[in-house]
Unconditional design. Structure first.
Length: 268
């Protein structure tokens, strides 16, 4: 089990004061579980993933996997594909695989599954945005990660491309027994993908509500059932999107005043 306990994560402010980005954040992810984290912009979602993934060590707290510090076996996918323009598609995927002799065959299989078999030796500059994200998805899985951290990976794609990528992600996740921590500010995307959805408060970010009801596993965000679920959730927790919930899920006293820009799409 992935066990995250962040007591406090501060950033130094330019004026000498520090900004508390995360405080008292607890989150556990079971092996093979797909957990979505939703929160308004600036609430510390990227900070959380950077801490969990060991990209940021300047934190008080601990992140363990089955009781040991989480060190390797971590796959990442970010908002931007972050491909090296001077490396080919397959070289980009293999960049994270070290000298694992089984990686090249796996990279090729993954890229075929991503329908990129014809562009293995192309450079990223030649690829569309959707293709670049598919390369990034293959790269995230090539190490067969135990933990996969995804930071709004499908943001700013057109809806059909994003749906296709979500379906590809789901099929890769179902094949590996990876624990996924998927961050988004799109409520429908979270309710569609997650087996559990955790809501973060505004700064300092912490998990203020967990929701499992009606989450039957991956679906498309446009599924009518997802829309109904969104309606039920917002009916039950009308204050949710204002970042004003306390731990019990009730409207609290305004400890957290996050700017509300969680995306709630009500179109069918
Ligand atoms: P989110 O991903 O939820 O939009 P971030 O984790 O990027 O939020 O940021 C959380 C808060 O921490 C924001 O107020 C942001 O301005 C601040 N922050 C993020 N990175 C840094 C940094 N490197 N230095 C200072 N402040 C930062
Ligand atoms: Mg972010």
């Amino acid at each position: 089990m992935l066990d995250i306990e962040i007591v406090r994560k501060c950033y130094p402010d330019r004026g000498g004061r520090s900004h508390i980005a995360l405080a008292d954040l607890r989150l556990q992810v079971q092996p093979g579980e797909f957990v979505c984290v939703v929160g308004p912009s600036g609430c510390g979602k990227s900070t959380l993933l950077n801490v969990v993934g060991g990209l940021d060590h300047d934190v008080s707290g601990r992140v363990t996997l089955d009781g040991s510090p989480l060190q390797d076996g971590i796959g990442f996918m970010f908002q931007e594909p972050r491909l090296m323009p001077w490396l080919t598609v397959i070289e980009n995927v293999l960049l994270v695989a070290g000298d694992d002799p089984t990686a090249p065959a796996r990279a090729r299989d993954l890229l075929q599954a991503m329908e990129l078999g014809d562009v293995l030796d192309a450079y990223p500059g030649r690829l569309s945005g959707g293709m670049q994200r598919r390369v990034a998805l293959a790269r995230a899985f090539v190490i067969e990660p135990r933990v996969l951290l995804m930071d709004e990976p499908f943001v700013s794609l057109d809806a059909p491309t994003a749906d296709r990528l979500r379906a590809m992600l789901v099929s890769l996740w179902q094949r590996c027994n990876t624990s996924v921590l998927f961050v988004t500010h799109d409520l429908r995307e979270a309710l569609a993908l997650g087996g559990r959805v955790c809501f973060m408060s505004g700064a300092p970010g912490r998990v203020m509500l967990e929701w499992r009801e009606g989450l039957s596993g991956p679906r498309l965000p446009n599924d009518a059932a997802v829309l109904a679920l969104q309606r039920e959730l917002l009916d039950r927790h009308p204050a949710l999107l204002a970042g004003l919930l306390d731990q019990s899920g009730n409207a609290g006293q305004g400890r957290a005043q996050g700017r509300n820009n969680i995306e709630v799409r009500t179109d069918a």
